[in-house]
Write a protein that binds this ligand. Structure first.
Ligand code: GLN
Length: 540
C-alpha cells in the first residue's frame, strides 16, 4: 500500500514546487524506498504540447510519447528513472475520461456530477500511477497556487484521499516568504493566509517548506508554527541556493525525510545521498568555465528572459560540464539577431561551442542557418537537436551540395529541394487538422554506424531516444549529402529514417533528429552532451 504526499503551492507560483517535490522524492529514495511522482496541471489543455513554450516552458516528452509539463523532467532527473504518461494529468484529461465513461454508460444511469465524479477520477489516476511502479511513496504536485479557482477539484481529491486513509496521506505546502527591502524583515503573513486558504479547502498542511532568499530563522518558524498549527520541526527552511541539485541536501539538514517517515510510522531502510553529495561538491568547486552558446528563439517575454523553454537542454549541458569538472557558462543568443546583422557572427568565436535546440516555424530560421554555416566553416563544435539537425542539413545542402533554395517543407512546402520533408502520416494529420499529440512522439530505436562519433559516444550499436517532430531528412538526398562529406551515423531501422548526422573534417559537428536532452541525468550525463562538451573543452 503506497503512501501519498501532496505538494501544494502557496503565495505565488514559480517558487520551486517541482524542485521541492523532486527533492523530497530523492530523499525518500535515498532512504531505500520506491518513489514515484505525479504532476497535475489545472489547465484544460489535454497535454502541454499545444502550449507556447515561451509562456508555459518546455514540453517534456516521456518514453511512451506523452507531451508533459517540464516538472516531469525534474522528477526524472532527480529520481533517475523514466516516468511515463500515467504520472501526468490535466483538467482536460480528467474531464475527457469522465465524459468518455459517461458516454459508455459506465455510471449506471446516475447523474454525473463535478463532485464527486471528477475528484474520483483524479484519485483513480493517482492510485494507478503509484500501482504501476509499485511505489512505496507517491508524490503528487498540484500545479498552480492555493486559492486559485482552477485547482479546487484537485484539492478536493486530496482531501477525499486523506479522509479515506488518514494514515497514508500527508500534505506539504511550499510557500514564499518575502523580505520587502523597505522593511528588511522576513514576513510570514502571506504564508499564514495561504494556510488559511488551504484550510478552507478542508486541508491542514503537515509541513511548510519556506522558500526565501535567506533561511527562515527560529522566531519566524515559531510564529508560523503557532499561527498555522504546524509543529515547529516541520517548518522547513528552503533558502535560495546556487543549484537546484543542492535542494535535497538542504532539506535533509532540516530532517524532512525522517519526519515524514515518523508521521507514517516507517523506518529508514538505510541508504544515503553520498553520490548526490559528491555531485554537489563538484558543482560548487568546478571553477574553470566552459562557454557554450545556445541559439534559439524562445527566450524573451516582454522585458524578461526566461530560459524555461529549454530547461532539459540547459540541465543536460550542466550535467556534461560537471562530468568534465567544468563550470557551465551558458549564453542565450536570439537567432533573429544574426538574421538582421550577420556581422555579429564573429561573436561566436568567443564561445567554446554552439548548440541549436528544437524549434518550429520560420521565425529566426535563417539566423540559425547562418550560425550553423559559421560553426561548420570555423570548426566550432556544434550540436544540433531536432530542428537544429534539420537546419544543419539545409545549410549543408545549400552551401556544399549546391542545392539552390534547399529547405525544410515546414517553411517552404514548394521548395525545389525539400531536403527535409514531411513524414507521410504527419501530412495526413495536418490535412485533417489533427494537431494535438500527433507528432512522432516518444522512444524509437536508432542503429548506429560503427566508428562514427555517435557510436563511440554511446559505446553501443542500438540506442533508444525520444522524439517530437513531423519532418525528417528526405532519403532522396542522402547520396548527395554523403558524397560531400556528411556522415549518416544513425538510422531508425524499422522505417529507415535518418536519426543522426555528423561531419568528417570537423572537430565535433553532430545533429540528432531526436531529443537527447530528455534522457540526461545529473549522475549519468547523456553521452552526446558529454562528448560535445568534451570537444568544447578541447577547442579552448
Ligand atoms: N519543426 C521540426 C519538425 O516538426 C522540428 C521539431 C523539433 O525541433 N522538436 O520536424
Amino acid at each position: 500500500m503506497a503512501k501519498y504526499i501532496f505538494v501544494i503551492g502557496g503565495v505565488m507560483s514559480g517558487v520551486g514546487k517541482g524542485t521541492a517535490t523532486a527533492s523530497i522524492g530523492k530523499i525518500l529514495q535515498s532512504k531505500g524506498f520506491r518513489v514515484t511522482a505525479v504532476k497535475i496541471d489545472p489547465y484544460i489543455n489535454v497535454d502541454a504540447g499545444t502550449m507556447n513554450p515561451v509562456e508555459h516552458g518546455e514540453v517534456f516528452v516521456t518514453t511512451d510519447g506523452d507531451e508533459t509539463d517540464q516538472d516531469i523532467g525534474n522528477y526524472e532527473r532527480f529520481l533517475n528513472m523514466d516516468i511515463t504518461s500515467v504520472n501526468y494529468m490535466t483538467t482536460g484529461r480528467v474531464y475527457q475520461s469522465v465524459i468518455n465513461r459517461e458516454r459508455n454508460l459506465e455510471y449506471g444511469g446516475k447523474c454525473v456530477e463535478v463532485v464527486p465524479h471528477v475528484p474520483e477520477e483524479v484519485i483513480r489516476r493517482i492510485k494507478r500511477a503509484a500501482k504501476t511502479v509499485k511505489a512505496d511513496f507517491c508524490l503528487i504536485e498540484i500545479g498552480g497556487t492555493v486559492g486559485e479557482y482552477q485547482n479546487v477539484l484537485f484539492l478536493e481529491a486530496a482531501r477525499m484521499m486523506r479522509l479515506a486513509a488518514p494514515k497514508d496521506v500527508l500534505f506539504v505546502l511550499v510557500s514564499y516568504l518575502p523580505v520587502p527591502p523597505s522593511i528588511g524583515e522576513m514576513k510570514t503573513k502571506p504564508t499564514q493566509y495561504a494556510v488559511r486558504s488551504l484550510n478552507s479547502a478542508g486541508i491542514q498542511p503537515d509541513f511548510i517548506i519556506c522558500r526565501s532568499e535567506e533561511p527562515i530563522d527560529g522566531p519566524r518558524k515559531r510564529k508560523l508554527a503557532v499561527h498555522c498549527s504546524v509543529q515547529e520541526q516541520d517548518i522547513i527552511a528552503a533558502p535560495n541556493v546556487g543549484s537546484i541539485y543542492e535542494v535535497p541536501l538542504i532539506f535533509e539538514k532540516e530532517k524532512i525525510g525522517d519526519h515524514i517517515l515518523q508521521k507514517f510510522g516507517l523506518k529508514s531502510k538505510k541508504r544515503d545521498l553520498k553520490d548526490w553529495q559528491k555531485l554537489v561538491r563538484t558543482i560548487k568547486t568546478a571553477h574553470q568555465p566552459v562557454r557554450i552558446a545556445v541559439v534559439g528563439k524562445y527566450f524573451s517575454t516582454g522585458n524578461f528572459i526566461l530560459t524555461d523553454a529549454y530547461i532539459s537542454v540547459i540541465e543536460s549541458l550542466k550535467h556534461a560540464a560537471w562530468f568534465h569538472k567544468r563550470k557551465p557558462e551558458l549564453h542565450w543568443l536570439n537567432s533573429e539577431e544574426f538574421e538582421n546583422d550577420p556581422k555579429r557572427l564573429i561573436m561566436l568565436d568567443e564561445f567554446d561551442g554552439v548548440l541549436i535546440p528544437g524549434g518550429f516555424g520560420s521565425r529566426g530560421v535563417e539566423g540559425k542557418i547562418k550560425v550553423i554555416q559559421y560553426c561548420r566553416e570555423h570548426k566550432i563544435p556544434y550540436f544540433g537537436l531536432c530542428y537544429g539537425m534539420q537546419m544543419a542539413v539545409v545549410e549543408f545542402s545549400r552551401h556544399l551540395c549546391g542545392l539552390k533554395g534547399a529547405n525544410t517543407a515546414e517553411i517552404n512546402p514548394h521548395t525545389s529541394n525539400p531536403v527535409i520533408h514531411i513524414i507521410p502520416e504527419q501530412a495526413e494529420n495536418l490535412a485533417a487538422k489533427k494537431y494535438g499529440g500527433t507528432m512522432r512522439l516518444g522512444s524509437y530505436d536508432c542503429k548506429l554506424v560503427r566508428g562514427t562519433k555517435a557510436q563511440k559516444a554511446y559505446g553501443k550499436n542500438i540506442i533508444k531516444e525520444r522524439h517530437r517532430h513531423r519532418y525528417e531528412l528526405n532519403n532522396d538526398y542522402r547520396d548527395q549529402l554523403e558524397e560531400k562529406g556528411m556522415i549518416i551515423s544513425g538510422v531508425n531501422p524499422q522505417r529507415n529514417l535518418v536519426e543522426i548526422i555528423e561531419l568528417k573534417d570537423h572537430p565535433w559537428f553532430v545533429g540528432v533528429q531526436f531529443h537527447p536532452e530528455f534522457q540526461s541525468r545529473p549522475l549519468s550525463p547523456h553521452p552526446l552532451f558529454r562528448d560535445f562538451v568534451g570537444a568544447c573543452i578541447r577547442r579552448k
